[in-house]
Ligand binder design. Sequence first.
Ligand code: SAM
Ligand code: SF4
Length: 472
Amino acid sequence: MFEIEQKVMDEARQGEAYQGLEEETQGSEKRFYIESYGCQMNFSDSEIIASILNSSGFGSTRDADNADLILLNTCSIREKAEQTIRKRLTEFKKIKKNNPGLLIGVLGCMAERLKSKLLEEEKLVDIVVGPDAYRTLPQLIEEAETGTKAVNVLLSREETYADISPVRINSNGITAFVSIMRGCNNMCAFCVVPFTRGRERSRDNESIIQECKDLFERGFKEVTLLGQNVDSYYWVDPISNHAIDFAMLLEQVALISPKLRVRFSTSHPKDITEKVLQTMKAHENICKYIHLPIQSGSTRILQLMNRTYTREWYLAKVKRIKEVMPDCAISSDIIAGFCTEDDNDHYDTLDVMRTSKYEYSYMFMYSERPGTLAAKRYKDDVPLEVKQQRLAEIVSLQNQLSLETNKLDIGKTFEVLIEGNSKKSDEQWMGRNSQNKVVVFDKTDAIMKPGDYVLVVVHDCTQGTLIGKIVS
Ligand code: SAM
Ligand code: SF4
């Protein structure tokens, strides 16, 4: 099922262990093992952490049993995410018993949210580090080696790790994520991110372009510019005073090479501008795909969520995107069962989904997070069974929409970037089209390889995949 595949694509990466490169680990006496959870920003941060640890003499291992240091890069977005980490920690007890010198660190959003409380609650943990304090990891490890528990959860208004060259983790060598900003100023009522990741700050423009150029020179063919709210990217060069907004950054990256595809995520509907849409239209290598989370289709709920747009405003934005780029795919995030949501609000959400014809959605049940505006102001009053029922209806509608939009692609020809073998067969390639849809097709030409662009005509589909044939 498509929705399941969508979730699996994300969830399959949850807890993914770092696959270090042979040469990185040679000559290192100590080994670290890292697992990453949560959103793409965390996976991207783990690449920065790996780089910091490599520079201070740590090699990597994919085997927790062989590690001197086990790190979990954690997520706090829903309660379930934190429960997963707590359960995972208990599994390390045995390893620590066999290897008393082993250090265990909790990094990321859960570290930031719980701070030193985490050390009290989880006796196994030696190190707690928030998302803006990774540079201090080597000192914290030294401190912990003396038997003192080490914590640094200071948030920063400046840190972007711009000068650190990320070590690409589990990379296919073709697609890479490039962080362009950190933090978030939006204060959506349900969301813990502004508390765990701090104030929004944009990364030095030059360092982003340089990183993208380096990736392209190393054979990468696609970069995804990452941030909680990429459309509010804004960087002023301190010397020239020249200001760069997101549309300008997008264009700069697109101009590196027509053979480098550019994607971005996430766009807050209130911030995506006409200038960004026109820039996307003007450059073929900027992928025609926008992740534009609605969260709820009810204006009343959107107001309680502090999303700062109405249902009508959102739908007008979707309409405009389709006017400028009729072939642009749109995906969404949807929360079922936010505080006070009634059946009519829920029907409004289903209605917006139908009107927007989302290609994909990430769908969640509302989970109250301590300290958020919603937790302070509203009662989490939608019963669990009702949340479950509404989520099931949302998922079922999305599955239907995904299949319908995929069927419309039958007969069309797309340029596809080959990423590797298809999951089901080594006789088939898997790649994506500009709209971010997975396309599989038979290997007909021995010379073709991952990183090549091919034209594929679609003749069949499932909810999650377009099935095609190379156009000779
Ligand atoms: N900054 C992005 C945005 O605004 O769309 C993504 C933020 S968050 C990492 C990803 C998604 O998690 C959100 O869009 C929202 O749908 C969901 N989410 C955040 N807090 C939640 C909560 N308390 N309960 C359920 N889902 C939540
Ligand atoms: Fe959370 Fe809203 Fe910021 Fe996204 S925009 S990270 S949902 S506060």
